[in-house]
Ligand binder design. Structure first.
Ligand SMILES: Nc1ncnc2c1ncn2[C@@H]1O[C@H](COP(=O)(O)OP(=O)(O)O)[C@@H](O)[C@H]1O
Ligand SMILES: [Mg+2]
Length: 330
């Protein structure tokens, strides 16, 4: 699956958002949404980004689309540095990238027909006749399991699963190389999850699209992703091949996430772990490992600095002091 050069490469990405002041002259505060994340996504693979709500998944994904500016760090896409592009170059690069949204109910404008919605990327690009746009939109609808007859209907005529299919048709009409799927099924009825995921997998194979797949559901990630990054409060906890991480989850946070999902699977090897403690404030987080306060295996030295990301086996990295004790302890 992996080719030599990644399609997408993130190097030490930091993103923060200023927080509104509670009173004048208050010191400037920032939400550290993404802190020092590096990763590689290879052509044709499905890369999973996992973590609890608010840990920075969408912010990180938006940086890869050039929608979200980074404070520092570099992003390379298809051999070019995205973070060094001017507006024109960025628009050009964005043609190869698309996203589908978590909530198909609010992401489709109810006053636009399905044709308007699906053909919008062609209209923005320009140079297509109405007939050409209708033809391409009809073809995309067939690809996602809808029909040409749906072109003149409106979003309200469709179920949640069908709305997400419309969103997928819209995202794929320009035949992108790279697609961000930001929790694409979490707003949908459980009964349609498998259908939508299967559709995404079929389309990936047909068009050789690379997916960044955001989810908080590890069962789904295990099924469809080849590699994975587990995020907690803006930082990488564990990163690498899905098979290796699932066979040998080493970070206490990954293990806690897994034990919550795979009751039977994991319980034979690990005890069920319940996360305790308060979620720390993302505003000016305290020094030390971000998982301190909730980690069942916390040691006194864990507050002394941030654990580095260490490769514990080939293509399997973890950021935990269990695998790299702080220097003062050595
Ligand atoms: N535009 C924004 N302005 C201020 N804070 C933001 C903005 N977008 C996200 N955040 C904050 O950044 C953190 C990460 O958010 P997000 O990337 O949406 O997480 P996730 O997608 O994992 O749920 C959260 O604390 C969130 O409140
Ligand atoms: Mg999100």
């Amino acid at each position: 699956m992996q080719k030599n050069e990644p399609l997408l490469k993130l190097e030490n990405i930091h993103v923060s958002f200023p927080v509104k002041k509670d009173y004048p002259f208050q010191k400037k505060r920032f939400v550290r949404a993404v802190s020092d994340v590096s990763l590689e996504v290879f052509e044709g693979e499905t890369f999973g980004l996992v973590g609890e709500s608010g840990c920075g998944k969408s912010t990180l994904a938006n940086t890869t689309l050039g929608i979200q500016k980074v404070d520092s760090g570099k992003i390379f896409f298809d051999g070019q540095e995205l973070t060094a592009m001017n507006k024109k170059q960025l628009n050009e690069a964005r043609r190869k990238m698309q996203m589908i949204f978590q909530d198909p109910f609010s992401s489709l404008n109810p006053r636009f027909s399905v044709f308007d919605i699906v053909s919008e990327p062609l209209r923005i690009l320009g140079g297509y006749t109405r007939e050409q746009m209708r033809e391409q939109a009809a073809e995309m609808l067939r690809e996602v399991g809808l029909s040409e007859g749906d072109l003149d209907r409106f979003p309200s005529d469709f179920s949640g699963g069908q709305k997400q299919r419309i969103g997928i048709a819209r995202a794929l009409i320009l035949k992108p190389k790279y697609l961000v799927c930001d929790e694409p099924v979490s707003a949908l009825d459980v009964s349609v999850h498998a259908q939508i995921l299967n559709l995404l997998m079929d389309l990936q194979e047909k068009y050789n699209i690379t997916y960044l797949f955001i989810s908080h559901n590890l069962a789904v990630v295990k099924r469809i992703c080849s590699r994975l990054l587990v995020m907690y409060f803006g930082k990488t906890m564990e990163y690498g091949d899905v098979d290796k991480i699932f066979a040998n989850p080493v970070h206490p946070y990954t293990r806690a996430l897994m034990s919550a999902v795979f009751d039977t699977d994991i319980d034979s090897k690990h005890e069920r772990i319940r996360l305790q403690g308060e979620v720390p404030s993302p505003i000016n987080p305290p020094p030390g490992c971000r998982f301190c306060g909730r980690c069942p295996e916390e040691e006194p030295f864990c507050k002394q600095g941030e654990p580095p990301l260490v490769e514990i086996e080939e293509n399997h990295f973890v950021s935990c002091f269990k695998y790299a004790k702080p220097k003062t302890e050595e």
